[in-house]
Design a protein. Sequence first.
Length: 660
Amino acid sequence: MTTKNARELTEASVEARLAELLQQERFAPQEAFAAQAEITDPEIRARAAADPTAYWAEQAGRLRWSRAWDQVLDSSEAPFYRWFSGGTINVSDNCLDRHVEAGRGDKVAYHWHGEEGETRDITYAWLLERTARFAGALRELGVGKGDVVGIYLPMIPEVVVAMLACTRIGAVHNVVFGGFSAGSVAERMEVSGAKVLVTADGARRKGRTAPIKPSVDEHMGPEAVPSLQRVVVVRNTGIDVPMTDGRDVWFDEVLEAADAVDPEPMDAEAPLFILYSSGSTAKPKGILHTTGGYLTGASTTHRQVFDLHDDDVYFCSADVGWITGHSYIVYGPLANGVTSVMYEGAPDYPHKGIWWELCERRGVTKFYTAPTAIRACMKWGVEHVAPHDLSSLKLLGSVGEPINPKAWLWYWHVVGGERCPVVDTWWQTETGAIVITTLPGLDAAKPGSAGLPLPGYEVQVLDAEQGGVVEEGEGLLAIPRPWPSMLRTLYQDPDRYVSTYWDRFGPTTYFVGDSARRDADGYTWVIGRVDDVINVSGHRLSTAEVESAIVAHPAVAESAVVAKADDLTGQAIVAYVTLQGGTDASADVEAEINATIADRIGKLARPKRIVFTQDLPKTRSGKIMRRLLRDIAEERDLGDTTTLADPSVVDQLQQRWQQG
Ligand code: PRX
């Protein structure tokens, strides 16, 4: 095996090599990789397709069940599918106790790295001890089976303890990404009826300390979130924060005082967690995952896609607050008993080569990140990668948005030294686990295409008008067969679950919301969302929720938000705003609108550009023509505008846009 020495890389050498590689359509697994791969049976998909329920039962059988299931798949109330009915299982038992009992308690679960260079090695035994005691503490705080526990924490080991402790006693966690504002946490706590919130005094971000607890207090009083009884606070930064008597307790103190509890056998279909995600409306969707099927899907796909071996050191750069963090930082890796690297900080802090420094230092073998991060690394330059010895890497993964071939090739050449397969993994919060990708020891990858459905899954591209199957060509992505880690419903909103996912093609074919192209080899090329969901740096937002945050500003009359293609972030938010009479557009108003968005949703939802306008392009019936707004932002020809009530509006908008 030849190991490319990354130190020889220069911008010019990389450019030249990428120009060559762009000519290559397929990248077959390297012999050295294929020879050691876990999955080498070319018939694995066909075998799974012949009897999918038997295949999934076999995968579920790798987990430890306290009671075997009676039925693998119950479709009697489709689309409310049930998997492994009658079985009981506990997730924390599978992620922790099982490994410790097998004598693997000293194995490191996480090499945790703080942004100021601190490190903690968290073993499986340590995690078990903490989790069992924190589960006891939650019980003492009044949390029982089915109760919702909010988690709003930075990337620290306690976030894993809190999640697993919930699963140990059958509480349902509702994790909110730390980048969302306390206001949006409050909304998610209120709609899910959360009883307890686990949060921190503050978080560190790029050398600064941001208080969390004070903003939680501000947004989560008894009126705003009546269900919330207790707030557990992790002492993370050590800053002074107000604590409310009778409601707030310190994480370390309750943990110290509590007795360890055993894992509670849970029904396979017991709710495991809710994760709010953006849909077509301003109201986020509470995507509900359940116990047995989710763990089966997350652990199986993690093992297969990352070609896991016992000595792997796996590093997923996502945040635990997203589904990628749930499935591929916490549940998949822990169920499979692997060692992971967990990094607290931003990819460019304390320097732009921190990920590669950690890969070198920990001997990372499998690395998983998002296209937007790869594009940022490309922009920062190879000099941040070149000093690091990345020869331990064996496989690279990508997730969250389509990856452009150039970024794919850069990842393959610069980071992977042309020896590591790149798996482009397509999935969603709703699917719980990876659905489409290449099996790294078996399938050739085509840069820009996610690849083929994993074993046990079926994926189709359907004609948008007729609904027929498109063998080769473009259409709507659909999954015509249930799978274990699928969402079960939208929390407390079953009607929206049915209307969002199952109305379009009927109760047996899941409507994904993406458009895609299927090529002659059956590879899927995801094009993008067909609804009003936007994907900024792999973060999912809805145009409606950004609009509703903007119009919350008292000076705003109306707003229309669209996504514009962006070289770095995939898509970027552009907001067109009309102001109330009497208010003039100014830098101050713009700053205030941005502050309103940051407060209501989070800084990640601030538009790249706000365009103030007298009017929005509307049809004669008053409907805003978003297509035109997108065309203006992407500087395309506008075509026919005669259906507009006032065609002159778009000319003015185009001029505004060009003025910058
Ligand atoms: O449009 C697809 C895109 O991200 C959407 C799902 O977003 P979310 O639920 O936040 O989950 C992201 C992490 C799994 C999808 O509907 N998407 C995700 N992965 C890919 C992708 N688009 C193209 N290629 C991918 N690999």
